[in-house]
Write a protein that binds this ligand. Structure first.
Ligand code: C5P
Length: 217
């Protein structure tokens, strides 16, 4: 089995940038599991499914066919023949994704697909439940955090035309839903190393993760 790095944490903690940087530095693949929950959410909204109705979402959870790219330089995501890399970042999808990702039928299907993609390893996987559920035996588990203010500022800088206060309120809402849901809530896995990135630059965090990987493998 090749290396598996499990990277979990709340929204805006730097998971994507850190995971991609680490994958690039070590020549590993990269999987963004949040993009998978977003892609299913995009599909549900596109089909007019009421995402607040868990039984409707569950009934159609097996329908969207996802294709995930694992190149850290251009990780693509498609549903059927549609490239949804752009649309899955829309405000509508961001608002609806926590409800869709709390539906057990959605999680069962995506976790199975994530394990298939992980396969023999050689991959950095980011999400909320990678170290706890998807790959609990991963030799390196990281839990990234940052203050809510810092996370909101980073997200605002990424998305032109948004303001910090609104972004902070949205992050707080999603964290609350993701941490309190009944199935696979966001929580630090046993054996995960917590890194608070509030005071560090991206390069410093990547260097710290590379050091941990070196130490543990
Ligand atoms: O990482 P990102 O913010 O794109 O994730 C979007 C949403 O997908 C999260 O707010 C969460 O509801 C869900 N998610 C999840 N489990 C994962 C990854 C993401 O429930 N492993």
């Amino acid at each position: 089995m090749g290396l598996v790095v499990a990277m979990d944490g709340p929204s805006g903690s730097g998971k994507s940038s850190v995971s991609r940087g680490v994958a690039r530095a070590l020549g590993l693949r990269y999987l963004d599991t949040g993009a998978m929950y977003r892609a299913v959410t995009w599909w549900m909204l596109d089909r007019g499914v009421d995402v607040e109705d868990a039984s409707l979402v569950a009934a159609r959870a097996h329908e969207p066919v996802l294709t995930m790219g694992t190149d850290p330089d251009k990780p693509g995501v498609s549903v059927g023949d549609t490239d949804v890399a752009g649309p899955i970042r829309s405000a509508e999808v961001t608002k609806a994704v926590s409800a869709v990702s709390a539906v057990p039928a959605v999680r069962t299907r995506l976790v199975e697909m994530q394990r298939e993609i992980i396969g023999d390893g050689g991959i950095v996987v980011e999400g909320r439940d990678i170290g706890t559920v998807v790959a609990p035996d991963a030799p390196v588990k990281i839990y990234l955090t940052a203050s809510e203010q810092a996370r909101a500022e980073r997200r605002t800088a990424e998305q032109a035309g948004t303001d910090v206060a609104a972004t902070q309120a949205d992050l707080a809402r999603r964290d609350r839903l993701d941490s309190s849901r009944a199935i696979s809530p966001l929580t630090r896995a046993d054996g995960a190393v917590e890194i608070d990135t509030t005071e560090y630059t991206l390069d410093e965090v990547i260097a710290e993760v590379l050091r941990l990987i070196n130490e543990r493998t």
